[in-house]
Design a binder for this molecule. Structure first.
Ligand code: HEC
Length: 274
């Protein structure tokens, strides 16, 4: 009994001493070097950012990048592109793109003087696919339709509220004439990404390069071309597949012809034509 009491008191005493020992270090200031349990990497020689050094001739501890260095990871990674590989491959894809020195692809321009049509690439420099047009539709509807209208006629929500037709109507033939600046694919791409300024430098339209990468901006151009083409054709041009053509004719209340045959003259006269 007595023994037990003595050892219990001893136990408490020990615990109190050890406890103060540990807690006592906390929050105290001291000029002595800190206690280090694993003193390995803390003591390695190193430069602090933005500090001076005598080691390099220019006195800077931070080294300038080699001329022509291409930044990694400056834009969000497109995971879809690096789908089959690990996440880090997204950086590789991005870098490969950044390294592609292609003025036409990235800016839609050439070295010709800016007041000449040739300054802008004539045609979309990548292969136009159905997926690309769909992507273009999605992006156009998000970023351009609010002003230019879902049909590209300049009658979007904002376009309508502007007095007069100020927002460009892409169905104006001048936007299809590729011999002129306004009709060039490169011009449309360039305006879409970098905006439009009048000769006095006043902004006429904001650019969307923060929202549209090169692929997406070319896709938007492809979609605007699709919108233009959709107005310029007749239901009987033979381009619209038979079943779809019948559906359109039915909607208009026009007699439905043989799906595989072009419409007869009667059908055209009755309203088959646009
Ligand atoms: C905030 C409204 C607004 C949005 C959004 C907008 N635009 Fe425009 N856009 C305009 C206006 C206004 C003009 C006419 C400017 C002028 O003629 O001075 C114009 C003109 C244009 C022109 C013709 C330029 C010319 O020289 O005639 C192109 C091409 C164009 N826009 C492309 C786009 C594309 C592509 C998008 C979407 C990525 C877009 N715009 C989004 C307002 C807008």
């Amino acid at each position: 009994m007595n023994h037990a009491r003595t050892s219990m008191l001893l136990g408490f005493g020990l615990a109190a001493i050890v406890g103060t020992g540990i807690v006592g270090c906390r929050g105290e200031r001291s000029d002595k070097p800190p206690r280090q349990f694993f003193p390995d990497m803390d003591d390695a020689e190193h430069f602090r950012p933005q500090n001076e050094t005598e080691f390099f001739a220019d006195g800077r501890s931070q080294r300038p990048t080699v001329p022509g260095t291409v930044g990694y990871g400056r834009a969000p990674i497109d995971h879809a592109e690096a789908e089959d590989a690990g996440w880090g491959d997204g950086f590789g894809v991005q870098r490969a793109r950044l390294l592609r020195e292609d003025q036409g692809l990235y800016f839609g321009t050439t070295d010709a003087p800016p007041d000449q049509a040739e300054h802008y690439v004539r045609d979309i420099p990548v292969e136009v696919t159905m997926d690309m047009i769909r992507l273009g539709q999605e992006k156009f509807d998000i970023y351009c339709a609010i002003c230019h209208g879902y049909e590209g006629d300049g009658k979007g929500t904002v376009g309508n509220r502007w007095a007069g037709q100020i927002v460009a109507n892409f169905h104006d033939p001048k936007y299809s004439n590729k011999d002129d600046i306004l009709g060039r694919d490169g011009y449309m791409y360039h305006v879409g990404r970098y905006g439009l300024y009048d000769p006095n430098g006043v902004l006429r339209m904001p650019g969307y390069s923060h929202a549209l990468d090169e692929n997406e901006a070319w896709a938007v151009v492809a979609y605007i071309r699709t919108l233009q083409a959709s107005r310029g054709m007749s239901i009987d041009d033979g381009v619209i597949p038979g079943a779809e053509r019948n559906r359109l004719l039915e909607q208009r209340g026009t007699p439905v012809g043989n799906a595989d045959q072009p419409a007869s003259q009667e059908q055209i006269a009755e309203g088959g034509e646009q």
